[in-house]
Write a protein that binds this ligand. Sequence first.
Ligand code: ARG
Length: 297
Amino acid sequence: MVYQSLEDLDFRADERPALPRPDRVLLTTPTHFDVEYVINPHMSDNVGTVNRDIAFQQWKALRATYTALDVETSVVNGQSGLPDMVFCANQTLPYYRPEAEERGVILSRMHADERKDEVPYYADFFEQNGYEAKHLPDDLEGDFEGMGDAIWHPGRFLLWGGYGFRTSPAVYEAISDMLEVPVIILELTDADYYHLDTCFCPLDTEHVLIAPAAFTERGLFLINECFDTVIEAPDDEARHQFACNAHSPDGTHVLIQEGCEGTVERLRSEGFRPIELDTSEFLKAGGSVFCMKQMIW
Ligand code: ARG
């Protein structure tokens, strides 16, 4: 079932089956990372401005942070000619179905032609590592950008789905059927927040960090209904520093772009421990921590 308004909701988030926390992180080397084209508003003034040495240092600091938090890392090599491949949250949706104890990935259908050739590299990685890689049904039309738009509710077998810029709402019906999971869909209306992961960061079962300007009133009602505490990032920090493209691998630490002062203060006051990282080279392409990693079971 796909849910798009509060009136539709016929379950409570805390009644959904428990979902274990994924314990591995997939990263992609930024060897060929660059801004070569413009497919989101953040990229527009940045073509040709990436410093690859700095990008590589920033990426290594991210990898070291996961290692220090005891998250096992796997690495896929970035490929020449695919400058956005480093954003490895977008080509797949990894899943774990608690009742069936089944894991796998759903492969994306990238909206931008420039990114379509990234997907087979991830299909290969997952298949070689024993995961089933499922395709969306052939007769279904529509794009899907993986965990850029589809985000698991931490600790619950419940999926949140963003649509409007990169992903078509129709694909969530198919995903809901394929995984037998309810999907709550949220319309995105502001192009700066082109993926759900730019404006919606579930930290643990009860807490979510959001950029309210990204959502419709209907969406905000759904978010408020399903999380006990909604932490709002200041809009300038979310829009320009990707404050909501953060990631909590353990429900305590929050990896976040450095300099998001208001957000960091709000996270601390809710008991979280922010770890500030510099992802400035990647912000030039419209991405930060959340989209530079993929959590897998
Ligand atoms: N330049 C990439 C794009 O526009 C950035 C992707 C960042 N990923 C994300 N999940 N927000 O597709």
